[in-house]
Design a protein around this ligand. Structure first.
Ligand code: AMP
Ligand code: MG
Length: 491
């Protein structure tokens, strides 16, 4: 095929020996189900040509752009706290890197395009349901303004995949600022020379943090930068009720993008202990554990960098400890600033922390819907009747006391009520990927080959902060008949 993507291969050139060259496997009957035209434009790709002719072949791995050099990356990782020295791309194949319109380097990777030397016992394939799920949720995250890997395409393969049942197969095309994970560093630290860890760290600095190359202590600065990105990311997750579900070190990207959407889900009723993943029995990755787990993962990253911090090991450990020691305060500040914004507060007052915590306690006791509560609070800020909000709480009279406190606090703010309501709507989404809506869309697609529910949901989720009165039902929590929700890693 004569089509070219303008690929570069900086990772492959800089780090030979830490990946395997591997061609995607052909599939029987590729059909392009979804192409992200806006993202194509961002990446300088010709969406119309891809849609009309080459898309199915390219995004299934049946035909490659002429400048692709497909590779599977090596990485290790702690899975639920247990170290696995070799994981790697078992069913993902990196085609190359493009420069987007902003000059940012972006990886284009096929997921589910066949076995690689890292597949272990896996088939290298993906099923349609999880592919569409990642498409929906990663694009919803992007629309919410949360750093995330993106969805470029979904292709049906026309072949079955064998899980607990026989399912239609699909290939997902993922775009990321890079696919370098904490687990990538762990792989290098475990299997390579210290000089190779340094090569990886230097590559990451150049790719993600070029301004830090000339820092006095570039590797500590790198740790700080990765930490800051994780603090921002996890705070943003908490602020919209997102639960990643499998924060293993191989699923934490150095870029600070949300990656790996296997068992993730959004919380409906507020409960800090919420866990959706069926395999997370101990609740290691529960909603409220996500910040401490991010810190735990960062400590694993720091361990791989110790020789770069200082040749003296105890001195290096002291430096790492000192830097990671700032996580909790910085996270708390980032989270509180996000919560203030959600409450329409632009100034800082000493009692704000308690004001936020008391609201969350009310929500927890009443199992109030996380998203609806904040969105309705925005309406109340603008002068709407508070009844819609109050009725979410078991003890409306008691909640009214909190409401009065919040309104008194707002009275000290500069803007008008209308401005406050608008600012609050801009950070408190009306629409999140509700589990029952996602399940319905996937079921229609997988059982009946009907993508209309998927398309409609994707459309609604592309403008989560808009009111969209014609789609009001998508803002509603699930009916009680939906029951407790479980998610599965078996993607
Ligand atoms: P994940 O749960 O998606 O983070 O994957 C964990 C590890 O299992 C990674 O090394 C994946 O590449 C690998 N893996 C997951 N599913 C498959 C599959 N169907 N075939 C081969 N490898 C897989
Ligand atoms: Mg993963």
């Amino acid at each position: 095929m004569s089509i070219s993507f303008g690929f570069e291969h900086s990772y492959a050139r800089a780090l030979p020996g830490f990946y395997a060259k591997v061609a995607p496997s052909r599939v029987r009957a590729p059909t392009l189900l979804k192409l992200n035209h806006a993202l194509c434009d961002e990446l300088g790709l010709d969406a119309r040509a891809l849609q009309a002719t080459h898309g199915a072949a390219i995004f299934s791995g049946c035909a490659l752009p002429s400048d692709a050099e497909p590779i599977a990356l090596a990485y290790a990782g702690h899975q639920f706290g247990h170290f696995v020295p070799q994981l790697g791309d078992g069913r993902a194949i990196l085609l190359g890197e493009v420069r987007d319109r902003a000059g940012q380097r972006r990886d284009i990777q096929l997921k589910g395009a066949g076995q690689t030397p890292f597949s272990r016992r896996g088939d290298g394939r993906a099923a349609l349901g999880p592919v569409l799920r990642e498409y929906l949720i990663s694009e919803a995250m992007h629309a919410l303004g949360i750093p995330t890997t993106r969805a470029l395409a979904a292709v049906a393969t026309g072949e079955p995949v064998y899980r607990e049942s026989v399912l239609p197969g699909a290939v997902f095309t993922r775009v990321a600022q890079s696919h370098i994970r904490v687990g990538t560093f762990q792989f290098f630290a475990r299997h390579a020379e210290p000089a190779d860890v340094k090569r990886l760290a230097d590559y990451v600095l150049l790719r993600h943090d070029p301004a830090l190359v000339s820092a006095e202590q570039p590797y500590l600065a790198l740790l700080d930068a990765v930490m800051d990105r994780q603090i921002d990311l996890v705070a943003r997750w908490l602020l919209v009720g997102f639960i990643h579900g499998v924060m293993n070190t191989d699923n934490m990207a150095i870029s600070g993008e949300t990656i790996d959407f296997g068992p993730c889900a959004f919380m409906d009723a507020y409960d800090p202990g919420t866990v959706f993943s069926s395999i997370d029995e101990g609740g290691r990755y529960a909603y409220a554990n996500q910040a401490p787990i991010a810190l735990w993962n960062l400590a694993r990253l720091a361990e791989t960098l110790l020789p770069l911090f200082d040749p003296d090991r105890s001195r290096a450990i002291a430096l790492a400890t000192e830097h990671l020691g700032q996580f909790e305060t910085r996270f708390a500040a980032r989270w509180l600033s996000g919560m203030r914004t959600k409450l329409g507060l632009t100034s800082e007052q000493p009692g704000d922390d308690a004001l936020v915590q008391d609201l969350l306690d009310h929500m927890h006791r009443s199992a109030a819907d996380f998203t609806c509560t904040f969105r309705r609070l925005a309406a109340v800020a603008g002068g709407a009747d508070a009844e819609d909000l109050r009725c979410q709480f078991h003890d409306p009279a008691r909640f009214s006391k909190w409401l009065q406190r919040w309104q008194a606090r707002c009275a000290h703010e500069a803007g008008s009520p209308a401005e406050r309501a608008q600012a609050m709507r801009a950070v408190n989404p009306a629409f999140i990927p509700r589990n029952h809506r996602v399940e319905h869309a996937l079921e229609q697609a997988v059982r009946n080959g009907d993508l209309r529910a998927f398309e409609r949901l994707a459309q609604v989720l592309s403008a989560p902060y808009a009111d969209q009165p014609m789609h009001a039902e998508y803002a509603e929590p699930p009916p009680s008949s939906f029951g407790a929700y479980r998610t599965f890693c078996g993607t």
